[in-house]
Design a protein around this ligand. Structure first.
Ligand SMILES: NC(=O)c1ccc[n+]([C@@H]2O[C@H](COP(=O)([O-])OP(=O)(O)OC[C@H]3O[C@@H](n4cnc5c(N)ncnc54)[C@H](OP(=O)(O)O)[C@@H]3O)[C@@H](O)[C@H]2O)c1
Length: 280
């Protein structure tokens, strides 16, 4: 699907590198099809040497030479970068933004032209190719463009297609979700230490339990409630633990956390939009 495409990255940090690894590992691209830029020359040197991709410190060059451009700089830098490269954007190029909270219409306003845009909200787990990404197409993005974006983000985990207005909710759930799970694993490891296990053993037990439970859910396709019932025997240990979790309001707390993070994403998105659109 991407065999005849040139793929460019504006920004080659954590996310840019993760996507480069996915593209190469998934054999979606050969190294010579990828051109990436960054402000840090040592970063570009490292990426060039490790993956054999082409690099440049000149952002406009990336846009000029690419069919697909991934905007992978921090949201605060987006305005500066879009203004730097906008004159080379046109409707033949697919532009994929992964900048958290930056709406598609703000990118077009900043570029002062109509663009073929896709906005994606990935999460940090793309760095171990187990990320999950939500993909929203702009008005000029075709089905084929969306399929290309899906192929790119499936190479670093899984992806879903979604309407743009739902991306704040995605940010609250899966975008911020790794932080929730790290906290849960840390808390479970504390619990292991409390009941006499070493910290090292506790962390192995807690993290592999989370991984295994998620894998079981995904592979069986069963409802989580059914799997919970399967491991809960009458008068047993799991139901005693579950009772305590419910007393502590774990379900309500998680719902509240996702809700408040979604609201925060909405608020930050508005700020970002004002920054891109108003401050010229
Ligand atoms: N990390 C996540 O979990 C996550 C999740 C979802 C979405 N995102 C989005 O992904 C995007 C990239 O995040 P990241 O974590 O990969 O950030 P990052 O590691 O900071 O990568 C951005 C790279 O761009 C470089 N850069 C700065 N100014 C530039 C410019 N003018 N031209 C070209 N490159 C420039 C940065 O260099 P310096 O470090 O020297 O500034 C850095 O190497 C962000 O918009 C973020 O919102 C990230």
């Amino acid at each position: 699907m991407l065999k005849s495409k040139q793929v460019g990255f504006l920004g080659s940090g954590n996310m840019g590198e993760a996507l480069i690894v996915g593209l190469l590992h998934g054999h979606l691209c050969r190294p010579e099809q990828i051109l990436c830029s960054d402000v840090r020359s040592e970063r570009l040197k490292a990426i060039r040497e490790q993956y054999g991709v082409r690099t440049t410190s000149h952002n406009p060059e990336v846009v000029k030479q690419s069919d697909i451009v991934v905007l992978a700089v921090k949201p605060q830098i987006m305005k500066q970068v879009i203004e730097e490269v906008a004159k080379h954007f046109d409707l033949t190029k697919l532009i994929i933004s992964i900048a958290a909270g930056v709406p598609l219409d703000a990118i077009e306003s900043c570029a002062r032209k109509e663009l073929k845009l896709i906005r994606v909200m990935p999460n940090i787990c793309v760095s171990v190719r187990e990320g999950v990404s939500a993909i929203a197409g702009g008005k000029h993005a075709s089905k084929e463009d969306l399929m290309m974006a899906k192929a790119i983000f499936d190479s670093v985990g899984k992806s879903i297609l979604i309407e743009e207005y739902l991306l704040d909710a995605v940010t609250g759930l899966s975008g911020s979700g790794p932080a929730y799970i790290f906290l849960i694993i840390d808390a479970l490891a504390d619990a292991g230490v409390k009941v006499g296990l070493s910290r090292t053993d506790s962390l192995v037990l807690a993290s592999q339990t989370v991984l295994g439970a998620a894998k079981m859910l995904i592979e069986t396709g069963e409802h989580p409630g059914k799997l919970k019932d399967m491991v809960t025997s009458p008068g047993g240990t799991a139901i005693a633990g579950l009772h305590t979790l419910e007393q502590g309001g774990v379900r309500t707390t998680l719902i509240n956390a996702v809700e408040v993070a979604t609201e925060r994403a909405k608020y930050l998105g508005e700020m970002m939009k004002n920054n891109l659109v108003n401050e010229r």
